[in-house]
Design a protein around this ligand. Sequence first.
Ligand SMILES: C[S@@+](CC[C@H](N)C(=O)[O-])C[C@H]1O[C@@H](n2cnc3c(N)ncnc32)[C@H](O)[C@@H]1O
Length: 245
Amino acid sequence: MHQKAEILAKKLGLPCTPGPAAAPQLVYTERGLELRLRLGGPDTVGASVLHIDFSGGRSGYRHARNCTIKQPLARAIGIRPGVRPTVFDATAGMGADAFVLACLGCRVTMNERSPVVGALLADAIERAMQAPEIAAIFCDRIDLIVGDARSTLQTLSDPPETIYLDPMYPHGPNSALNSKEMRMIRAIVGDDVDGPELLAQALLTAAQRVVVKRPKGAPLLHQRPPSHQVLMKNSRFDVYLRRHL
Ligand SMILES: C[S@@+](CC[C@H](N)C(=O)[O-])C[C@H]1O[C@@H](n2cnc3c(N)ncnc32)[C@H](O)[C@@H]1O
């Protein structure tokens, strides 16, 4: 495990020794790589832990297997009976949405620009490939690219049918509603203030549609109105169809 830690520390340009207790740390444990950091605030005593597990947990296989093509994410992406678009998930984060889409049968490329979040995803994917119930989904239908999607999109030889964006919500009054995992990711990556640029590039690249997840009531990420919206209780999907552009 120490050797793995040394290789990762070198790749990320980080020291391989425990820093001050208050500093964020990436730690290899028996269950895989995890991020530990102190969030602060009344509900957090000591360090919080972020660990991605596609087999179990809240966004694990049992959850994803119960998702249907009628759910809002699937409808927004363009999944219909007999239709499974190829998806470029430009803002992969913890990979939860990408995993649901792959479980529903889409081929998904996850793209994440944070090297720390990317390392957590890569470790989770490596473990998933050894887990019999989900190995085939990861081997056949999921790829991971670590880098800024604004650049990655310009290098793709085969345009994805759907590009999905779920940039970090602007820090605001609704932040308290965010899960602890999302607050930890925000502590590492900050606000995604360049969402409009990413959307502009996505609209140039997608073969069929671009889908943007936004909090309920948040302004559009683009001056152009979406072709339609899929509404949920606390958020919505803005869907931009290529044929309407
Ligand atoms: C709200 S999270 C996404 C959550 C994700 N949909 C899930 O299901 O776990 C946003 C993530 O997008 C990443 N991100 C934002 N802009 C990006 C960009 N231009 N390229 C790649 N990743 C980006 C952030 O680093 C962050 O990890």
